[in-house]
Design a binder for this molecule. Structure first.
Ligand code: KG4
Ligand code: ZN
Length: 343
């Protein structure tokens, strides 16, 4: 199966060609970071308009790079949700228009399914079942993944997502958008133990094995601390390091608890925060000690990309599900809010 994947849920235009037999053939990404930077965050309408400009040229470039023709494609997978409605509509319209013109299937993919299957793009791919820690800008979830489309929620954030907490704290520290990578970089120069931030929801672990997360209190603790000090360069770095340490501690502890509770031996970490090196280092150390394996997507596929959408589409197609009427004219919907557990 040869699938073109299109990702436009937020501020990255991602396109890829994935082949069920040969793997990923080509991919390309256009990031809108520079476009949104002056506003300190993603401006939805600007995002949609930029996807309109970028998507078709990027698709042509990727098809050329893969050495395939449009007519070779078996299907076009697109991110149907969750995400920004206008941005999603651009990908959905282009995917459905192309699919209709070519007489092939258009497959609506759940963005988080793309993320959690993304480690399967790697040569050393995990086999099912596994626990997935999904940590992105919009979501923080622990899932039991038994197969494609077979996901059981073990825990999720009750307020901010981990990436969102990184982004908001980065803003407080005067770092530019997107804050997560900038904060992680600043933290490298900081001392993680100069300040002690709360580890929210960790105390519940022992008692009830609660696998939910909460990060908004942590952000408030940073606000309170920052109000009491003048921010010299070293203090900013120390706050960044202490904040990162607190988030990572919670993510690691809850992941370990999920491994214990499910009795599984493989942990998959996906989503933008999965690019965090401190998180990777701590998880790798615990995995070596406790005897389980951790799988990550390549760095470039941690954050939003077309490759994970093409892969998820191909896996859906291989399962024979969700193939909509081939080539028949039909409407399409996007789902800005969409619970992964309903798949
Ligand atoms: O998965 P993703 O690209 O988009 C969503 O689906 O949300 O994740 C983006 C999030 C942002 O919040 C970004 O700040 C965060 O991932 N992020 C990081 C790092 N790289 C990206 N957070 C912490 N450390 C990083 N190295
Ligand atoms: Zn994402």
């Amino acid at each position: 199966m040869l699938v073109l994947g299109i990702e436009t849920s937020c501020d990255e235009t991602g396109v890829a060609v994935y082949d069920s037999d040969r793997g990923l053939l080509a991919h390309a990404l256009h990031s809108q970071v520079a476009l949104h930077d002056p506003y300190g965050g993603v401006v939805p309408e600007l995002a949609s308009r930029d996807h309109v400009r970028r998507l078709l040229p990027l698709a042509r470039q990727v098809l050329r790079g893969a050495g395939v023709q449009e007519s070779d494609l078996d299907a076009i997978a697109f991110t149907q949700g969750p995400g920004l409605a206008g941005a999603l509509l651009v990908g959905a319209a282009v995917a459905n228009g192309l699919a209709f013109g070519l007489g092939i299937a258009a497959i609506g993919v759940h963005h988080l399914e793309g993320h959690l299957l993304s480690p399967l793009l790697e040569k050393n791919a995990p086999v099912f079942p596994f626990v997935a820690l999904l940590v992105s800008g919009g979501h923080t979830q622990l899932m039991r993944v038994s197969g494609v489309g077979d996901y059981r929620m073990l825990g999720e954030t009750l307020d901010d997502a981990a990436g969102e907490a990184f982004d908001k704290t980065a803003k407080l520290l005067g770092l530019s958008y997107p804050g997560g990578p900038a904060l992680a970089k600043l933290a490298q120069r900081g001392k993680p133990d100069r300040f002690e931030f709360p580890r929210p929801m960790l105390e519940q672990l022992g008692k009830h094995g609660d696998l939910n997360f909460s990060f908004s209190g942590l952000k408030t603790a940073v606000v309170t601390l920052l109000r009491q000090r003048t921010l010299d360069e070293q203090t900013r770095a120390d706050v960044a390091a202490a904040f990162q340490e607190a988030v990572v501690d919670v993510l690691v502890a809850k992941s370990l608890a999920a491994m214990r509770r499910t009795g599984l031996e493989r942990l998959v970490v996906a989503g933008g925060v999965g690019a965090n090196l401190r998180l990777r280092a701590l998880l790798d150390a615990r995995a070596a000690r406790d005897g389980f394996s951790v799988y990550y997507p390549a760095m470039e596929f941690c954050t939003d990309n077309g490759a994970m959408i093409a892969l998820a589409g191909a896996l859906r197609l291989d399962r024979g599900s969700r193939i909509e009427d081939l080539g028949k004219p039909r409407g399409f919907t996007v789902r800005p809010r969409w619970d992964l557990a309903t798949l």
